[in-house]
Design a protein around this ligand. Structure first.
Ligand SMILES: [Zn+2]
Ligand SMILES: [Zn+2]
Length: 210
């Protein structure tokens, strides 16, 4: 590969990995994901209320927000051909008493130290509605909340890569989600980019041992 082409591919790779796409492809909107938790899966393995094969009248809404895969004639956020790891299966749920909370963008921008739960190992989860690995990671975190005592999870929703949250915290992050793990004393233990449950367990063990 030509050096310039290699450089360009390295520069654009993070965007592609995170839901950006070539010209004839679209971008993930939240239209499919938002229907996901409230709707049963249809015969196409997609949340019934969002599936364009079951609800052709929705096509225009997906196209209006550029959530459309030209080559496959379905929303980008429903295209199993382009995104084989896409899944809308129900996620494990957190226990009712889980220490799980959404963090406002103002609070997150004020600094992550203030977000970590005092006296607990805390995972701060930067996620986006259009991010496939983020959904899988949310399921991982819910499972950990069921089984790991004294674990806190704080969710920070990122709109896109121009979001001030991304500018501040995601520079150099190759792909979402970004998990930032703090120990019970409020010190950062490490970071994970992408869906990596084994690395998460290793980092949680390290945080608990400190
Ligand atoms: Zn369907
Ligand atoms: Zn496609």
């Amino acid at each position: 590969m030509h050096r310039l082409a290699l450089l360009l591919s390295l520069l654009t790779a993070p965007l592609l990995a995170c839901g950006g796409a070539p010209a004839d492809h679209g971008q993930f909107s939240a239209l499919t994901a938002n229907a996901g938790e409230a709707s049963d899966l249809c015969e196409h393995e997609i949340p019934q209320d969002a599936c364009v094969k079951c609800n052709p009248e929705l096509v225009a809404r997906f196209k209006a927000v550029k959530d459309w895969c030209g080559p496959h004639h379905v929303p980008e956020s429903q295209c199993f051909a382009c995104h084989p790891d896409l899944s809308f299966e129900p996620l494990p749920q957190p226990p009712p008493d889980a220490d799980l909370a959404n963090v406002s963008r103002e609070q997150a921008l004020a600094g992550l130290e203030g977000v970590a739960a005092p006296g607990k190992v805390t995972v701060i989860d930067f996620w986006a509605a259009w991010c496939v690995p983020c959904r899988k990671t949310a399921g991982d975190l819910n499972l950990r909340l069921q089984h790991v005592p004294e674990l806190a999870v704080r969710k920070v929703e990122v709109r896109d890569w121009d979001d001030p949250l991304a500018t501040r915290y995601l520079a150099g992050t190759p792909t979402l989600p970004l998990l930032v793990v703090f120990d019970a004393k409020g010190a950062e233990v490490g970071r994970i980019s992408g869906h990596k449950p084994d690395e998460l367990d290793a980092l949680l063990a390290k945080a608990a041992a400190r």
